[in-house]
Design a protein around this ligand. Structure first.
Ligand code: DON
Length: 609
């Protein structure tokens, strides 16, 4: 490691604190002017500047949804009112990932400093069991957990959005749902992106009659510019707006869902729906000093693995001088941190209501220091020899070098292209919401109900077979994430909020399965450590390492020369499509303006005022 510094982090997680200090101003602490060096914007025709707004901002995958959020803000709604409105709007205009049949997380930080994490992750149905996707011959039924009725977990979105609104919002559910109802009823123009996606998903969508009817226009297919009306969804949204989440979990919608599941292999019962409970969880917090500024990272607790991974990686990189992603050593050190974080994820992360997750140890700076010491600054480690560590807090050193996590088998699959959606909201008062929501795969299980919405395939996020990578993301996961009734599958969704010198500074998050963690981490490093401006932090080329497979994935815009240098250091570099879709908002520290930085990789849009 190159650091000439003595740097210390203050990591606070779940109430535990450990303190350290920064003794000299590091080179990476200097704000780097946005000189375009870190962006690939020019080449791609991407925006080089963030959208500026004096008061409020929404950055999401869909311009229509971002506008819905801004309209709510202009009407006096706060960031959470807008976030709930945007979520429902995305359930209409971004059917690949926006949903009422899935789940998600909303991280909230209010202007007065209070924060909370709304967890509306799906749960396994009561009839689910550990080996439900393992065939009699011992092989994994990969289709079972990814497509069709058996892959569906009990949806959490409607209950979660209602809870978020009641806890942090100011408006009535009917008022924040009104724009979504209008979009479903009157329709909206099909974009090129949506038409292309529906064509790509045609084979799987046409297997389910309501999916074919709604999204494939009964086989006639939608072209760009066609109007997509969803009357069944509009009727369901109207009932929810009138009766609240009770409609979804015990009303007509619930009965329809259960009736359609029965006889098709689906496991969800009325009891499962009635018993679903979203939760407000304590956020994870970590503090850092960077170039004279005090930063606080507010992150997602389990059942997300994202916040733990984010803090563990940031802690590990504390003493590393980061120069940017044109510098092979900076990429190498960050990739090695990712490798170790994902090894720990595989061993320890799971639903905290079912497993004891060592959050304090994993996010402790002393533990990170030990892990960082195992990184060879010149040469790549091998994932076959990197195992999960033994997490512990300062002064409670555990013995032994490695945990009990098993040596992983070779993993062949790594999902490409599935979808989830992240959006960020900041209001005029400085309240912020970061929401990541998903059906898991693009179009989830591909099953739509006659009530007009798609159902998730979140069951694939469990350890579908211990020791075997899951179908969509090739992730090795532990017994702690095994399937059990009412358990939440482990998630990588990583909504994150940064505070600088006590003031809101950056709101971020991404889709991308495990790549979520890397994409969000890089956005945070770009903003906090490299001093990029908001849009540059989103445009900069990304890379991802998830321990297994032992591959360093890089985006097409990643520097060829750096890729070769990394290969010389022993990394197996492979090029993939885009890594994540980060829709973030930065706050200009001088003017307080909101800087909406949507991800141009797939037509994200920021709207502000
Ligand atoms: O919760 C998770 O980690 C996954 N279900 C997210 C899936 C995802 O991001 C797919 N997309 N890009």
């Amino acid at each position: 490691m190159k650091s000439k510094l003595q740097v210390c982090a203050v990591a606070l997680s779940m109430g535990a604190a450990a303190v350290a200090c920064l003794c000299a101003a590091p080179a990476w602490a200097q704000a780097v002017p946005d000189n375009g060096r870190e962006t690939n914007a020019a080449a791609a025709g991407w925006p080089e500047r963030a959208v500026r707004g004096a008061k409020g901002m929404v950055a999401s995958d869909e311009q229509i949804a971002s506008r819905v959020g801004v309209d709510i803000l202009k009407k006096g709604g706060n960031a959470v009112d807008a976030a709930v409105a945007v979520s429902f709007a995305l359930a209409v205009v971004e059917p690949a990932a926006g949903n009422i049949g899935g789940g998600g997380f909303t991280l909230v930080r209010l202007a007065d400093g209070r924060a909370g994490f709304v967890d509306y992750r799906e749960i396994a149905p009561g009839k689910a069991s550990r080996d439900m996707y393992v065939r009699a011959d011992g092989t994994l039924d990969e289709e079972g957990s990814t497509i069709g009725y058996r892959s569906v977990a009990v949806p959490g979105t409607v209950a979660g959005l209602e809870l978020a609104l009641k806890t942090y919002g100011t408006m009535k559910l009917a008022d924040v749902m009104a724009p979504a109802i209008r979009l479903a009823e009157e329709g909206f123009p099909v974009s090129e992106k949506l038409a292309r996606e529906l064509e790509e998903e045609r084979r799987d969508l046409q297997r389910f009659s309501w999916s074919g009817k709604i999204f494939l226009n009964d086989g006639k297919m939608y072209k760009p510019g066609d109007i997509l009306r969803q009357p069944a969804l509009a009727a369901t949204l109207r009932r929810i707006a009138k009766n609240g989440s009770a409609e979804f979990y015990r009303g007509e919608t619930a009965r329809t869902l259960v009736q359609e599941m029965t006889g098709q292999g689906g496991l969800i019962t009325l009891d499962d729906l009635v018993n679903y409970k979203p939760k407000i969880r304590e956020v994870l917090r970590a503090k850092y000093r960077v170039g004279g500024d005090e930063w606080e990272v507010i992150a997602a607790p389990p059942p997300s693995s994202g916040g733990v991974a984010m803090i563990e990686a940031l802690n590990m990189l504390q003493d590393t001088e980061l120069k940017g992603w044109e510098d092979a050593e900076s990429v190498h050190m960050t990739a090695e941190a990712m490798r170790r974080v994902f090894a720990d994820r595989a061993a320890y992360l799971a639903d905290p209501d079912f497993a004891k997750v060592p959050v304090q140890g994993l996010t402790d700076p002393c533990y990170a220091k030990e892990l960082a010491a195992t990184i060879n600054p010149q040469h790549a480690s091998s994932s076959q020899t990197v195992r999960a560590g033994i997490p512990h807090t300062c002064g409670t050193r555990a013995g032994g070098a490695n945990s009990t996590s098993a040596a992983p088998p070779v993993i062949a699959s790594f999902g490409e292209g599935p979808h989830t959606t992240h959006f960020s909201v900041v209001d005029a008062a400085g309240n912020a919401a970061a929401t990541t929501t998903t059906l898991n795969d693009s179009y989830g299980s591909h099953v739509a109900t006659s009530a007009g919405f798609l159902l998730n395939d979140e069951m694939d996020d469990f350890t579908t077979q211990p020791g075997v990578p899951n179908k969509l993301f090739g992730l090795i996961q532990s017994e702690a994430n095994a399937i059990a009734p009412e358990k939440r599958p482990l998630s990588s969704m990583t909504p994150t909020i940064l505070v600088r010198n006590g003031k809101l500074s950056f709101v971020t998050g991404s889709p991308g399965g495990p790549r979520i963690i890397s994409a969000t981490l890089l956005s945070v490093l770009n903003w906090m450590r490299l001093g990029m401006d908001a849009q540059a932090a989103i445009n900069a080329p990304r890379f991802h390492h998830q321990w297994m497979p032992d591959a360093l994935r890089v985006e097409p815009a990643f520097s060829e020369a750096v890729a070769r240098e990394l290969e010389a250091r022993g990394h197996k570099v492979t090029q993939v499509g885009h890594i994540g879709l980060v829709n973030a908002i930065g706050i200009d520290p001088r003017t307080g303006e909101r800087l909406g930085a949507a991800d141009p990789r797939d037509h994200g849009a920021a709207e502000g005022y």
